[in-house]
Design a protein around this ligand. Structure first.
Ligand SMILES: [Zn+2]
Length: 317
């Protein structure tokens, strides 16, 4: 069997990770280096002279000029956490190295925290990935398809009217030689011209060439300055059409990831985050060894959010 270059790449082993981030002091040092790569600067007045003290377990920097106090974790996704940084870093490592994603339940077991705590860490880090993904638009040749999440939850209705079913646009940009570059999976209110036009304006660079199976709503990508190239399906299903190989592969991987790792979750509330987390990993699939560092940098740069906006609903087990 041929070895797949991406699947068989060397990840970062647990001993390697623990060697660098096994203690609270190492995690603090890593966080400090990301926040202030050229040394501490007061966030209020820009002054460099400062002294450091501890408020409980937290490292605090006080500016000598204006006396402003900046905690190491203030202004990052870790703000207000009572957990040791080692737990957060380990969560970042586990989530970044798990090829098909990691459930909050698996995280609870591996981190040794309660389920609600694991659930919140998981949601916070997925939110970090979501915000990171929002920085990018797809360019060049883009395959699109209409897809749904859910609809098979026991007890719920199956099919179009299902309560727990979410429509999303699946899209992947391709290189000139037809290899997949970036994926983007975005929940939409429905497959209407209006919804697709809004989606295209937000997620496609102008002049993209969009290839679809001919579903009429995808014609609306022209409103975002893109061209639309419908394929005549002639009774074939998308999976039988070679032009849609990559979008089908991505949707297949997504299905495996969701069914293997996650309990049924409230798709209507959390679909955007799960889909973005999947894309985050897919779009960085060549860099497994440094993925934890990238996610850490993203977490430091991600403004803290009130817990209620993370917890959009009660915990679903
Ligand atoms: Zn200052």
């Amino acid at each position: 069997m041929a070895m797949n270059r991406i699947q068989f790449q060397q990840g970062l082993s647990m001993p390697e990770f623990l060697k660098d981030y096994g203690t609270e002091a190492q995690c603090e040092q890593a966080l400090e280096a990301i926040r202030w790569p050229n040394g501490f600067h007061c966030p209020r007045c820009g002054h460099e002279a400062h002294y450091v003290f501890r408020d409980g377990t937290r490292k605090v920097f006080q500016c000598n000029a204006c006396r402003h106090q900046a905690s190491l974790i203030a202004g990052t996704v870790f703000q207000g956490t009572k957990l040791p940084l080692t737990i957060w870093f380990l969560a970042i490592y586990l989530i970044s190295q798990a090829k098909t994603g990691l459930s909050a339940l698996a995280l609870k077991r591996q981190l040794g925290v309660s389920y609600p705590t694991a659930w919140l860490i998981h949601q916070e880090l997925m939110q970090v990935m979501t915000e990171r993904e929002e920085r990018y638009v797809l360019e060049g040749n883009v395959q699109v398809d209409d897809a749904y999440l859910g609809g098979e939850r026991s007890g719920g209705k199956v099919g179009r009217g299902s309560e727990n079913k979410v429509a999303f646009v699946a899209a992947v940009s391709l290189s000139d030689d037809g290899r997949p570059l970036r994926a983007r999976l975005t929940p939409v209110p429905g497959f209407t011209l209006k919804a697709v036009a809004a989606w295209a304006k937000a997620h496609l660079a102008p002049k993209c060439a969009v290839f679809s199976d001919g579903l009429a709503c995808f014609g609306a990508v022209t409103e975002a300055g893109c061209s639309h190239h419908p394929t005549v399906m002639a009774g074939r299903k998308p999976k039988e059409v070679p032009e849609f190989q990559w979008i089908n592969t991505i949707l297949g991987n997504l299905k495996t990831s969701l069914s293997g790792c996650y309990h049924a979750f409230d798709f209507r509330k959390y679909a955007a985050r799960y889909l973005a987390a999947f894309c985050y990993r897919f779009n960085r699939r060549f860099d497994l060894r440094v993925l934890h560092k990238r996610l850490l940098v993203a977490a430091v740069g991600c403004a803290p959010r009130p817990q209620r906006s993370i917890r959009l609903a009660d915990v679903h087990c």
